[in-house]
Design a protein around this ligand. Structure first.
Ligand SMILES: [Zn+2]
Length: 172
């Protein structure tokens, strides 16, 4: 994974970008959905191999999972704006795998599970992989992760949010 900060910020930016009237619940669910796929680290506890379809960066990082999850959440919480709600949740969830596929470490991402169990990385991988444990995170490694995310996730998101703010302000 990138860190929860990186994933959360991308989801927040996505929600703001797609739906200018994002409700609080949508923002919260978008951010949670961008972190959710890493619950699959529990697989290690059950002895499921990293490269198994249900292993880390497996099914919960797939496009199908994001799709099913977004439909589910939009039916439950989308109210009168189900489609927009589903799009934001889908993009937020899928953004997790996309960021992971741009990290320097671990195995690739199973975007197409269960149809294709291969793991994928993008050729551009500037984001330092984040440690899985909390203890490791409060270390030089953690600092390097945050610095690389600040550069490759934080600044782009900040620029997008600022531009959006001024465009929407000038449109009243
Ligand atoms: Zn992940």
């Amino acid at each position: 994974m990138a860190s929860i900060f990186g994933h959360g910020l991308v989801a927040y930016t996505t929600a703001k970008l797609v739906d200018s009237k994002s409700s609080k619940i949508l923002l919260i669910l978008a951010i949670s959905s961008a972190v959710l796929p890493d619950l699959d680290v529990l697989a290690f506890k059950f002895g499921i191999d990293y490269l198994h379809p249900l292993g880390h960066r497996g099914f919960t990082h797939s496009i199908l999972f994001a799709f099913v999850w977004s439909v589910l959440l939009s039916l439950l919480f989308g109210k009168a704006r189900k489609l927009l709600f589903a799009i934001v949740i889908f993009l937020s969830t899928v953004s997790h795998g996309i960021l992971d596929a741009m990290t320097t470490g671990g195995e690739g991402v199973g975007f197409f599970i269960p149809f294709d169990n291969s793991r994928y990385f993008f050729s551009l991988r500037p984001i330092k992989v984040s440690p899985i444990g909390i203890n490791e995170f409060f270390s030089e490694w953690g600092i390097n992760v945050l610095l690389s995310e600040l550069k490759y996730i934080g600044i782009p998101c900040f620029v997008i949010l600022t531009v959006l703010f001024y465009i929407r302000k000038s449109n009243g």
